[in-house]
Design a protein around this ligand. Structure first.
Ligand code: SAH
Length: 241
């Protein structure tokens, strides 16, 4: 009787496992398809895709960064809600913004607007360390837990207002702001290394923003370039517990 019960359990668990396996395989196929389909993400800046970035899109499990109700859509190239009125960005835009930072393996980067943690996970495989700040408490806690559980060890999440940057690990090789700012925060420009790059959507929430690339040359001179029109949730100053 005991043996029968054990066999029965094994059969049930076995079926369960193979279903999970099949699900993961479907996600992996969809992820590869997504990575292939956004291969022209750098066209707006007249460049070809960076294979390292395409590889990150093909590797980071976006379905684990979205609420389970949206998992089936995780490998479509559009933004999705992540709760708290916030969104995870469109993968092709994540790729473009990452490309604009020109990540190098020794770099230390700052992200303002952790959200789900997906952009930080994409960057983590390309640079030495990612510091990321999120103003909404539940999102900061959830993404910190998620990034740890998924094994992204070179990402540090902090809850707070990213307008002021993160003075302790500054200056940064790159800064990425993933919320729409009305103007470019001066503390962020100050925390950029000479030779560093910052990507930031600037403009009003109502009319949408323009993605800007800010560069600081070796002598500290600031350059600015408008890349494309974008629509991000606003950069706020309202720290939510
Ligand atoms: N990069 C995210 C998506 C960003 S959505 C991802 O990969 O999922 C923008 C995020 O910026 C939201 O979670 C919002 O709460 C956060 N945010 C807005 N203003 C902020 C500020 N001043 N400092 C830090 N985070 C901020």
């Amino acid at each position: 009787m005991k043996l029968l019960k054990a066999l029965f359990l094994a059969a049930v668990l076995g079926v369960g496992c193979s279903q999970v396996g099949a699900g993961e395989e479907a996600y992996s196929t969809a992820r590869s398809r997504l990575a292939a389909s956004i291969g022209d993400y750098a066209v707006p800046i007249d460049q070809s895709a960076d294979p390292r970035i395409v590889r990150q899109i093909a590797t980071v499990p976006r379905h684990l960064f979205v609420p389970s109700s949206h998992r089936a859509e995780a490998y479509n190239d559009y933004a999705l809600p992540i709760g708290e009125d916030q969104t995870i960005s469109q993968p092709s835009l994540v790729a473009l913004m990452t490309h604009l930072l020109r990540p190098e393996p020794g770099d230390v980067m700052l992200e303002v607007g952790t959200g789900s943690g997906y952009q930080a996970a994409i960057l983590s495989g390309l640079v030495r360390h990612v510091y990321t700040i999120e103003i909404v408490g539940p999102l900061a806690r959830q993404s910190a837990r998620r990034l740890t559980e998924l094994g992204y060890r070179n990402v540090t999440v902090r809850h707070g207002d990213g307008y002021a940057g993160w003075p302790a690990p500054a200056p940064f090789d790159g800064i990425i702001v993933t919320a729409g700012a009305e103007h470019i925060p001066k503390p962020l420009v100050d925390q950029l290394k000479p030779g560093g790059r910052m990507v930031i959507p600037v403009g009003s929430t109502r009319e949408g923003q323009r993605l800007r690339l800010i560069t600081k040359d070796r002598s500290g001179k600031i350059g600015e370039q408008v890349i494309i029109g974008v629509r991000f949730v606003p950069l706020t100053r309202d720290v939510r517990e």
